[in-house]
Ligand binder design. Structure first.
Ligand code: NAD
Length: 361
């Protein structure tokens, strides 16, 4: 199959245009044995140390291109990952990626405030989009990203790697199957000590702050462990370093109420290391600690099970899952709608912390 017809085929699959039974093929048996070409947008910490190395371990996709505003990075990346000149872009000529048949997926790994713009530009260029968490800064931005992808018949996945992680998937299943009865209470805490005094994560306009960055892990855990959407929120912000945290939250605690009667107590911080998830149910409990590190997710249950399935790379697993969903025309594990559901709650958390009121969602 020629490149352009392969692209049209992939696009057709992801657009859901195929009403007939979809051909089921894996990475090795695809037409022409081709893999999806991924372009990373933003070559900072996460792209450099986690995503690019993981793209060497993925099977249905590979690192084909880069988009960067820093020319000094280009030569190293081209050499290290054998990226051709024609697959290198900057932020000004990024839209020309539309004409590049070697790029199937654009992965947005930029500061949070830039996710919406680059997702929409990638969608308009006809590329599938993978966007890092948090999806964007507001519900309105998330909705415009979803619309742009739908209008351009491309798929949109959010980089919530935990939902692809096997121990996390086990606790999600425990909740769904009510193995320990109904979920009654979730405690989830995600944070790290950030000693930087000057970074976009400290700037409000860039989508900085602990809640957007790490709070979404606690929030995700509360949502995937209960399997419910919260109906009301209370929240408080704290800081112990007011000279550094002038614009954004250093620590946020928030409480979620669910219609089943379950509650969640969540915490997130740039001022302390936090990494635990505990789920109390009618007839038992389970916990993961750590629950959101890149490796070593592990836990126990009230009846003595050990949760310690190991995988090589969460990021490779996530990208394998997302690439196969595109190729096979199956639903994404974490589509844009899931990122939007989080941001709806994040907006309520900010409103509750600001007003001191319980906010009904
Ligand atoms: P980073 O600061 O290390 O990298 C950001 C990149 O964006 C840099 O290459 C920088 O040059 C570029 N950039 C372009 N315009 C910029 C601007 N105006 N200001 C600042 N930088 C600009 O950040 P990171 O840690 O790589 O995070 C990037 C994204 O990835 C964020 O959305 C973050 O939430 C996400 N992330 C996800 C995980 C995860 O586990 N899923 C982990 C880390 C980061």
């Amino acid at each position: 199959m020629k490149k352009h017809s392969r692209r049209a085929f992939i696009k057709q699959l992801a657009g859901g245009a195929c009403a007939l039974a979809l051909p089921s093929f894996d990475a090795r048996s695809r037409p022409g044995n081709k893999r999806l070409g991924v372009a990373l947008v933003g070559l900072g910490y996460y792209s450099t140390h986690l995503l690019a190395p993981s793209l060497e371990r993925t099977r249905p996709c590979y690192l084909a291109g880069i988009v960067t505003g820093t020319p000094a990075k280009v030569e190293h990346w081209q050499k290290r990952y054998a990226i051709s000149d024609s697959n290198v872009y900057n932020y000004a000529n990024f839209d020309q990626i539309a004409n590049n048949p070697n790029i199937d997926v654009v992965y947005i790994v930029l500061p949070n405030s830039m996710h919406a713009e680059y997702t929409i530009r990638a969608a308009k260029a006809g590329k599938h989009v993978w966007c890092e968490k948090p999806m964007a800064l507001s519900v309105a931005e998330c909705e415009s990203m979803i619309k742009a992808c739908r209008d351009n018949k491309v798929s949109l996945a959010i980089g919530y790697r935990m939902q692809h992680e096997p121990n996390t998937q086990t606790v999600i299943r425990f909740g769904k199957e009510r193995l320990y009865g109904k979920v009654k209470a979730v405690s989830a805490a995600a944070g790290f000590y950030d000693n930087r005094a000057d970074h976009w994560r400290l700037r409000k306009a860039m989508g900085g702050g602990a809640m957007y960055d790490m709070g979404v892990y606690s929030l995700q855990a509360a949502r995937y462990c209960t399997g419910e959407e919260p109906i009301a929120v209370t929240a408080q912000h704290f800081t112990t370093r007011p000279t550094i945290f002038q614009e954004v939250d250093e620590t946020t605690v928030f409480q979620l109420e669910f219609s089943s009667g379950a509650v969640a107590h969540c915490k997130t911080s740039f001022g302390m290391s936090l990494n635990s998830l505990r789920v109390n149910c009618e007839t038992g409990w389970y916990q993961l600690e750590p629950f959101q590190t890149y490796t070593g997710i592990a836990g126990t249950t009230s009846d003595g099970r050990l949760l310690n399935a190991a995988i090589d790379s969460q990021q490779a697993k996530q990208m394998d899952d997302d690439a196969l969903a595109i190729l096979q025309g199956t639903p994404l594990l974490v589509p844009g709608e899931e990122g939007l559901r989080d941001i709806r709650v994040v907006e309520a958390v900010f409103s509750a912390a600001k007003t001191g009121q319980r906010v009904v969602i």
